[in-house]
Design a protein around this ligand. Structure first.
Ligand code: IMP
Ligand code: MG
Length: 374
């Protein structure tokens, strides 16, 4: 295991496996270009090591040149590709073979295709050492692929995490902390707050209740709070980006936590997707979604009891309660099915003694912990 900046990485692809793949690619390209002198274009910076290994083995006539493109900051593609070094001008009529380190979203490929379509080249091919087929959304069919990898952030063999790790001869993948990240769902009265309090103590989790986060940011006049308030004051919904940024700040400020309980978010499928993206950008993920369930009749009884004590008017009116339930059903159902499709949804019976319900919840969490360590 190695550390680069603030993150841990574990071995993923051995140097020998890379060498074998490079050898295979060289043979494929050699066979296709045996009667020609192609020009290899190495895409800097990341492809320098691949290009070097590839070209040392390419024992047929060829030219070598470079372009430099950049799209990455930290863990994710920015979507904007900058050209920092242009292609050579004398490539007309030549067969061009791009040597790339990795193809992720395909933004860089798209840029390369556009860039070279301005020259009258004889042939245009792309050879990429690594390729993430699950993420690639481009139209161009990659001509030569070294090793296909799942959607993981990797470093080594030319690839970097904020400029570190390029010199490693093998490839490492980011190590997910042994975290437990949960999303908690439940109708009003289901006991979410009570149970979240137990769980956060037991597992050292940070409870992120979106309502609390909003109130805190607005009360303290943070930049995001002020922005959120400007929408609320106009009677508009706070855009998801603003909410996500607040949650991002909460996550970043909780370096001690061994996981998170998200409460009150996501409320739509789009938000669930945004939360997944946020987690992934941090090398984390949502492990489980827990829906605390109880019959409406039971919940109504509970809320009416609570209303007598707290004086909350919306807890004292049966019709208002039913309206909140209907809203919950309507809004939450698609989100629950989003997680169900990922096999992450756990429905937990929320009726009974508080301790018994806690036991059911810890049962779910402990089974996730166990699966993680195998
Ligand atoms: P794309 O434009 O999204 O296909 O991204 C391609 C570029 O992003 C590559 O040339 C790399 O510089 C960088 N990149 C993509 N995935 C990774 C990764 O897992 N680790 C390090 N850099 C990456
Ligand atoms: Mg690159």
């Amino acid at each position: 295991m190695i550390r680069l900046h603030d993150k841990l990485f574990e071995p993923f692809i051995a140097a020998s496996e890379i060498e074998e793949a490079v050898g295979r690619m060289v043979e494929e390209v050699k066979a296709d270009f045996k009667d020609e002198t192609p020009i290899f274009i190495c895409v800097l910076n990341g492809a320098f090591m691949f290009a070097s290994d590839f070209l040392k083995r390419y024992d047929q006539p060829c030219e070598v040149s470079f372009v430099k493109l950049s799209s990455y900051r930290g863990f994710s593609s920015t979507g904007i590709v900058e050209t920092l070094l242009d292609p050579p001008e004398d490539i007309e009529g030549k067969s061009v073979i791009i040597l790339e380190d990795i193809i992720d979203t395909g933004n860089t490929v798209k840029e390369l295709v556009a860039m070279f379509s301005e020259f009258k080249v004889k042939q245009f091919k792309i050879a990429s050492m690594f390729y993430k087929p699950d993420v690639y959304s481009g139209e161009y069919n990659i001509d030569y692929v070294g090793i296909k990898i799942p959607n993981r952030f990797i470093v080594g063999y030319g690839l970097d995490y904020d400029e570190l790790g390029r010199n490693l001869p093998e490839v490492y993948q980011i190590k997910e902390k042994d975290m437990i990240n949960l999303v908690l769902f439940g109708k009003p009265g289901a006991g979410k707050g009570t149970q979240a309090n137990f769980l956060k103590e037991k597992y050292n989790l940070k409870h992120i209740s979106t309502g609390d986060v909003f109130r805190y940011n607005i009360k303290n006049g943070t930049e995001l709070g002020t922005l959120a308030k400007s929408y609320i004051d106009k009677g508009e919904l706070v855009p998801d980006e603003v909410t996500i940024k607040m949650l991002n700040a909460e996550v970043e400020n909780s370096t001690e936590a061994e996981g998170f309980i998200f409460d009150g978010f996501p409320r739509t499928k789009a938000q669930a997707k945004a939360l997944d993206d946020l987690m992934e950008s941090k090398g984390m993920k949502i492990h489980a979604t827990i829906a605390l369930e109880a019959d409406d009749e039971v919940l109504i009884e509970r809320l009416l009891e609570r209303g007598k004590v707290s004086g909350r008017s919306d807890d004292q009116d049966k019709e208002k309660i039913k309206k909140r339930f209907a809203e919950y059903n309507e809004k939450t159902a698609p989100v629950l099915s989003y997680y169900e499709e990922q096999g992450k949804l756990h429905r937990v019976n929320g009726v009974g003694e508080i301790e018994d319900i806690t036991k059911r919840l810890t049962g779910v969490i402990d089974s996730i912990h166990q699966n993680q360590s195998v």
